[in-house]
Design a protein around this ligand. Structure first.
Ligand SMILES: NC(=O)c1ccc[n+]([C@@H]2O[C@H](COP(=O)([O-])OP(=O)(O)OC[C@H]3O[C@@H](n4cnc5c(N)ncnc54)[C@H](OP(=O)(O)O)[C@@H]3O)[C@@H](O)[C@H]2O)c1
Length: 309
């Protein structure tokens, strides 16, 4: 499918893991890209300008959206607040997402909206593949520090869907599984634990399986996901083709580094969540980065000194 080019795009959450590499890649594809975050420290802006991404300060929690550009073709909304306070999390992730959609739509009659949600919205079911219509739940509640995450992401979907319908804005809600890239990922925390001889938490209902998707495939899959955008705000699961568990990727990091992982099976962590990717595949997208190669690339970028060879 044709990659996105020649468009005026706002990418929120640009200082975060997933949106940063995406904004950078869209800027190299001939788009006019604005990257939004709070940018409390003005010095944070220059590196983005150097990468061809113009910066915009927004604060979803406070409803500060006055710098949102007009005549946008597309908003790729990735910003998320990981607050343990429900009022703050709802203000940013739910109210803020809907406000952003409305402000951008009021300033553009050609807008499409891409809302990044999470497979954290599902009730886990022993690693069985979850379809978009399956039961929602509070999967992240047991995870230390993430008591609001699942519920505020569900609330975000609800308000975005309602606002998209009310304003008639073509919208897709993409439920992302486990993103990782050369310079970020959940597994990088696991590697740090392994180095310190700390057992990696895995769910007692083992294996703790997901469908990780590499940043290269995240970037490539956006047009396929956008092909589902409609004014009913279609929901589509988003992940890589391969089933990989935390246990698998830690063992692989052990093989590459010689650091042997140990595991702590517990209920105080997220259980396996495997999305059913039929809709994404029906659009014609399949991931291309093999997970072992992705892990090797990550370690060789982030911790090259740990690689055995
Ligand atoms: N990471 C994962 O494993 C994962 C898995 C599934 C889905 N997702 C989804 O993927 C998206 C990106 O996640 P991520 O892990 O890349 O996020 P992240 O690294 O935690 O970054 C969060 C981003 O949101 C911005 N932000 C936070 N509070 C804000 C506010 N009040 N107003 C405006 N911007 C604010 C941050 O900017 P500041 O510089 O202003 O703090 C930062 O750019 C999210 O929607 C998340 O739910 C992530």
């Amino acid at each position: 499918m044709q990659q996105i080019t020649g468009k005026k795009i706002l990418v929120t959450g640009v200082t975060g893991w997933v949106a940063g590499p995406l904004a950078e890649s869209l800027a190299t594809q001939g788009n006019t890209v604005y990257g939004a975050a709070r940018f409390k420290d003005p010095a944070q802006r220059q590196p983005w300008h150097d990468k061809g991404v113009q910066t915009v300060s927004i604060d979803l929690e406070k409803g500060k959206l006055d710098e949102v550009p007009s005549d946008l073709d597309l908003v790729l909304h990735f910003a998320v607040a990981k607050s343990s306070n429900f009022d703050e999390a709802f203000a940013s992730n739910a109210h803020g997402s809907a406000d952003l959609l409305e402000v951008a739509a009021n300033q553009s009659d050609k807008l499409s909206f891409f809302h990044c949600s999470s497979t954290a919205v599902y009730e886990p079911k022993h690693g069985e593949a979850r379809k978009e219509t399956d039961l929602l739940g509070d999967s992240h509640r047991p995870m230390p520090g993430m008591p609001t995450y699942s519920i505020s992401k569900i609330a975000g979907e609800v308000l975005v869907k309602h606002t998209a319908k009310r304003l008639g804005v073509p919208t897709v809600i993409a439920r992302l599984n486990v993103p990782y890239g050369d310079a970020y990922g959940w597994m990088s925390f696991h590697l740090m634990m392994m180095e310190r001889n700390i057992p990696v938490p895995v769910h007692v209902d083992q294996p703790t399986t997901y469908t990780p998707i590499h940043a290269d495939d995240i970037n490539r899959s956006i047009p396929y996901l956008l092909s589902y955008a409609n004014t009913g705000a279609e929901i589509v699961n988003w992940g890589g083709d391969q089933l990989v568990s935390i246990e698998d990727w830690c063992e692989e990091m052990g093989r590459l580094t010689g650091i042997v992982p140990t595991f702590n099976p517990t209920t105080a962590t997220i259980a396996s969540i495997v999305p059913d990717l039929q809709k994404l595949h029906d659009a014609g997208f399949h991931s291309s980065v093999d997970w072992r190669e992705g892990i090797r690339r990550q370690i060789s970028t982030m911790r090259p000194e740990l690689l055995k060879n």
